[in-house]
Design a binder for this molecule. Structure first.
Ligand SMILES: Nc1ncnc2c1ncn2[C@@H]1O[C@H](COP(=O)(O)OP(=O)(O)OP(=O)(O)O)[C@@H](O)[C@H]1O
Ligand SMILES: [Mg+2]
Length: 246
């Protein structure tokens, strides 16, 4: 089966600095993958290249086995940014979730049905008329995720989805991601908070200094995280990482 998303020898230079070097990675359809690495490793810049927001200096990005244009990736890949609140633009949760599908030019009935589906997937039905400014951090994050789900993406990228969330909100975002995974979404979560969600993932990628240094089944690769500056609780087995029961 073709990978949902694949890169070949991706390089990115910004102002003479090499930010990404020879990144060749692949996400299988339906994968729930984690991308970890210390601050400045290049994770967010890689997400921007995948999404089509930044043009790599060289290399290829393939969707379902075919070379893709940035425009196609803008449509088919969803990216929830590191600061999700910057993605919220409307006066109510439901208007915000409707914003993307409306911009796609879909008719009213289709927009309504997608909004309903996305709110339901993220458990936000009772927040639909609330103003985004009054939402909690976790609700805001889930609104941003609902907003991209309403675009019916083939791949969902989330950059630091647990940042600044308390324990219940972290759990509720993890639960939402697990439910999307069960529905067959291909998901890549960028986070250095590996201990919070790694047990639920099947694939782990580690970046360091602009390079992809490890990639494989999470259970086989997680032991390398400490070598690359990612915190794990002391003497912790992969099974122990399921402490955050979702
Ligand atoms: N416009 C730019 N000019 C120069 N360097 C840049 C620019 N944008 C990003 N960088 C550098 O690229 C490197 C990778 O940044 P990136 O944001 O991808 O890191 P990250 O792995 O997401 O880190 P964090 O965990 O802190 O979010 C950093 O060293 C950053 O300073
Ligand atoms: Mg980042």
């Amino acid at each position: 089966m073709e990978a949902a998303l694949r890169t070949e020898d991706l390089n990115l230079g910004i102002n003479g600095n090499q930010i990404l070097s020879d990144i060749s990675m692949s996400l299988e359809k339906g994968a729930f993958a984690a991308l970890c690495g210390r601050n400045g490793a290049g994770k967010s810049q890689l997400m921007r290249c995948l999404k089509g927001l930044r043009k790599p200096s060289s290399g290829r990005i393939l969707l379902d086995g075919r070379e893709s244009s940035p425009g196609e990736r803008m449509r088919r890949i969803a990216l929830v940014f590191q600061s999700a609140e910057m993605q919220i633009v409307s006066q109510s949760v439901e208007k915000d979730v409707a914003f993307g599908p409306e911009n796609l030019g879909l008719d009213k009935a289709e927009v309504e049905s997608r909004v309903e589906e996305a709110l339901c997937l993220m458990g936000l039905e009772d927040k639909r008329r609330q103003r985004p400014q009054t939402l909690s951090g976790g609700e805001l994050r889930k609104t941003a995720i609902a907003g991209v789900l309403a675009m019916h993406p083939s791949v969902l990228l989330l950059d630091e989805p647990f940042a600044n969330l308390d324990y219940p909100s972290t759990l509720s975002v993890i639960r939402a991601l697990i439910s999307l995974h069960e529905r067959g979404y291909t998901i890549l979560v960028v986070s250095h908070e590996a201990e919070k969600f790694l047990a639920h993932t099947d694939t782990l990628l580690i970046m360091d200094n602009g390079r992809l240094v490890e990639c494989g089944p999470s259970e086989d690769v997680y032991g390398a995280l400490r070598d690359y500056g990612v915190y794990l609780p002391p003497s912790c087995s992969f099974g122990d990482l399921a402490w955050l029961k979702a």
